[in-house]
Design a protein around this ligand. Structure first.
Ligand SMILES: Nc1ncnc2c1ncn2[C@@H]1O[C@H](COP(=O)(O)OP(=O)(O)OP(=O)(O)O)[C@@H](O)[C@H]1O
Ligand SMILES: [Mg+2]
Length: 249
C-alpha cells in the first residue's frame, strides 16, 4: 500500500477542468515532484489533498484511509502538512512563535486531554527542533517579517515540519528566491530529506531543484497527468518535452 493514493481525482471550476482524473501513488519516504506549466493544476491538487477544496469525484487515500469529507485540521492531524505558494507568516511575531503556533495546530485534538500547559511546552520543543533542522536557530527570536526572503521560505518549511507530518507538501519553496538563496535552500532541503524519514510532494518550477531532490516526477498538463516516472525517464519523454520542457525551460 502506498502512503498517498489518488484515484480519478477531478475538480472543475465552472467549465474549467483544473484537475482531470488524476491518479498517483506516493510511497513512504519518496520525494515526488509535481511539475507542469502555470495553470496546470498543481496548487489545486494540493488543495484537494489537504481538504481546502472538495473534489467533484475521485478519492484521496492516506495510509489506506480516505480523506474525502475531512476538514483541513483533521487532515493535518492525520499527518499531512503543507507550505503555501505565497508566504503565509505572521510578520510581527518571532520566527519561533510562528513555528510554535503551527506545531500547536496539529496538537489541537489533545487540548481537552492534557491541558494547555503541556501542549504549549511540547509545541515549543517541536518548534525548536524544526528550527534547528532548517538551520534557523540563530534567527528564532527575530520578527518573521524582517527575515530575508530565503529564510522566510525555510521558516515556512519549519512550520510544516513542526507538525511532524508523514507527508510534507511543498508548493514552490524556492519561488522568488535569488540564485544564492535557492542554492542554500536546496542544500538545506537535501540534508533534511536525505534519510527518507519523510515523504514529500514538491511543486517546483526550477528544474535544477527538481532533478536534485526528486526520486520521481509527475507531469501535469491542463489538469491531467501526461507523464510519471524517474527523473531520467521524464526528461527523455517526448510528450513532456513538447508540452512542457520545450516551451518552458
Ligand atoms: N478557486 C478557483 N476558482 C476558479 N479557478 C481556479 C481556482 N483555483 C484555480 N483555478 C484555475 O484552475 C487552474 C489551475 O490552477 P492552479 O493554481 O492549480 O495551477 P498551478 O499549476 O498551481 O499554476 P502555477 O504554476 O501558476 O502556480 C487555473 O486555470 C486557475 O486559474
Ligand atoms: Mg500553483
Amino acid at each position: 500500500m502506498a502512503l498517498l493514493e489518488l484515484d480519478d481525482l477531478t475538480r472543475r471550476f465552472g467549465g474549467l477542468v483544473a484537475v482531470d482524473h488524476v491518479a498517483m501513488r506516493v510511497e513512504e519516504g519518496e520525494v515526488r515532484a509535481v511539475i507542469g506549466p502555470n495553470g496546470a493544476g498543481k496548487s489545486t491538487l494540493f488543495n484537494l489533498i489537504t481538504g481546502v477544496l472538495k473534489p467533484m469525484h475521485g478519492d484521496v487515500r492516506f495510509a489506506g484511509q480516505s480523506l474525502i469529507g475531512l476538514s483541513v485540521p483533521r487532515i493535518c492531524q492525520r499527518g499531512i502538512s503543507r507550505t503555501f505558494q505565497l508566504t503565509a507568516l505572521y510578520p510581527q511575531m518571532s520566527a519561533r512563535e510562528n513555528v510554535r503556533l503551527a506545531a500547536q495546530a496539529r496538537e489541537a485534538r489533545h487540548w481537552q486531554f492534557v491541558g494547555g500547559g503541556v501542549t504549549f511546552a511540547a509545541a515549543g520543543r517541536r518548534a525548536d527542533l524544526a528550527l534547528e533542522r532548517l538551520g534557523l536557530t540563530a534567527i528564532g527570536d527575530r520578527p518573521a517579517g524582517l527575515l530575508s526572503h530565503g529564510d522566510q521560505r525555510l521558516l515556512e518549511v519549519a512550520m510544516a515540519l513542526a507538525q511532524e507530518p508523514r507527508l510534507l507538501l511543498l508548493d514552490e519553496p524556492t519561488q522568488g528566491l535569488s540564485v544564492e538563496e535557492t542554492a542554500q535552500a536546496v542544500d538545506t532541503l537535501a540534508v533534511l530529506l536525505a534519510d527518507n524519514s519523510i515523504s514529500v510532494l514538491l511543486v517546483e518550477h526550477d528544474m535544477d531543484v527538481v532533478f536534485r531532490l526528486a526520486h520521481r516526477i509527475t507531469v501535469l498538463h491542463r489538469g491531467a497527468v501526461i507523464a510519471d516516472g524517474t527523473p531520467q525517464a521524464v526528461r527523455q519523454d517526448a510528450e513532456v518535452q513538447r508540452a512542457y520542457l520545450g516551451g518552458f525551460v
